[in-house]
Design a protein around this ligand. Structure first.
Ligand code: ATP
Ligand code: MG
Length: 364
């Protein structure tokens, strides 16, 4: 799939922007702070309804305005128009001018994989960042997964609240806790299955991708979860054993909300043994492996966004990535300048200059 047209009104630094993109490689360049990432942020938002760098939508609305609008035309085997309106009153989303009530009905339509420099920290960050990496991607391919995650979060909150209540009031019934635990285990087990299968799929391609781009090393990913290889009965049994401790702590101590993934290069955990460069390379390979899975699930490649990739990798590695994508994936790369970019790569790209709160196509 690819985005053919993007229209912005009062989004970030753009009062009004209207641009068409190529279905292969698009290079967006301009000075620091000129508004390159804002454009790809708009594309990301159009797909997933959330930004990758702010949790507050108010920041997305151009200063001094009260309504921001993002519109885009997405081509698959048909053409569809998507729209997001942002205002102080919240967010409204539309497909072909029809308002979509549930976000879960909207977000599985446009698929996107984003790499941005902050992602290079994921391997060293808290596990929640790695779970987020998994969640965003699996839910783009499965609405069911997204709904399971929402249900799990609600159950977890209820269960934690009830644990606290039980601790304070010895007379409260434990039966209700058991019901919540059973539901939590059932849904958690489904999420665990999704995640396990997903990592199995990642491992089918990530080693070759890593080797093809970086020309050394064998990479794999391990999925760690207290639900792995256990039946629902065994898991329930574990909760029974720990329930008093959970009551004392006032929270659910185990479950898929503690899951994590680990990156292993040549037999060693990258988190503990890897260099900063290896951490970054592993994440890039992971993102590229995600593209193949999306293609397998959806029958179409997602849109790929590589923010500031030239500050992270040399020309040779970027060429290896572009060669791998084989003109089949619509790709956006941002860069502060194009002077050092490989000439062949530039020749095969559509190049856009961002300047004075405007974007302009400068080649092809
Ligand atoms: N809500 C907003 N209203 C107006 N301007 C905004 C808003 N939010 C951000 N900006 C402006 O957008 C600019 C940042 O844009 P962006 O992050 O896209 O830059 P960039 O070209 O990606 O830069 P870099 O090369 O440093 O990554 C800043 O100048 C900032 O002031
Ligand atoms: Mg930027």
């Amino acid at each position: 799939m690819y985005i053919e047209k993007l229209k912005l009104t009062n989004f970030r630094n753009y009062e009004s922007l209207d641009i068409s993109f190529s279905d292969t490689l698009n290079i967006i360049y301009g000075n620091n702070g000129s508004g390159k990432s804002n454009i790809i942020e708009a594309i990301y938002l159009l797909a997933l309804t959330k930004s990758f760098r702010t949790s507050s939508d108010v920041n997305l609305i151009k200063k001094g305005s009260s309504l921001a609008q993002i519109k885009g035309e997405i081509i698959t085997n048909e053409k569809n128009r998507y729209q997001i309106d942002l205002s102080n009153e919240g967010k409204k989303v539309y497909i072909n001018s029809d308002k979509v009530g549930k976000i879960s009905d909207y977000v599985t339509n446009i698929n996107i994989i984003l790499f941005n420099p902050l992602d290079t920290k994921i391997i060293n960050d808290a596990p929640s960042f790695r779970r987020k990496l998994l969640n965003i991607d699996i839910s783009q391919g499965s609405k069911e997964y997204l709904l399971l995650l929402n249900s799990y979060d609600k159950l977890l909150k209820n269960r934690n609240a009830y644990l606290k209540q039980l601790y304070l009031n010895g007379n409260a019934s434990k039966d209700y806790l058991d019901i919540l635990t059973q539901k939590l285990v059932k849904i958690g087990k489904c999420i665990n299955n999704y995640r396990r299968e997903y990592i199995e799929k990642i491992n089918k391609s990530i080693a070759k991708i890593y080797e093809d781009i970086f020309e050394y090393g064998e990479l794999k990913v391990i999925y760690n979860s207290s639900f792995n290889d256990k039946s629902e009965e065994e898991i329930l049994d574990n909760y029974q054993k720990k329930y008093y401790r959970e009551m004392e702590m006032g929270k659910t101590l185990s479950g898929i909300h503690h899951d994590d993934i680990e990156f292993i290069l040549d037999g060693n955990s990258i988190k503990d043994f890897g260099s900063v460069g290896q951490q970054k390379n592993a994440i890039i390979a992971f993102k590229l492996a995600q593209i193949l899975i999306m293609k397998e699930i959806k029958g179409e490649y997602p849109i790929l966004i590589l923010d500031d990739l030239f500050s992270e990798l040399d020309n040779q590695k970027i060429n290896n990535i572009i060669k791998m994508l084989n003109k089949e994936v619509q790709t956006f790369i941002t860069s502060t300048n194009i002077d050092n970019i490989d000439k062949m790569l530039l020749k095969n790209s559509n190049i856009y200059l961002v300047e004075n709160n405007k974007i302009e196509r400068v080649s092809n």
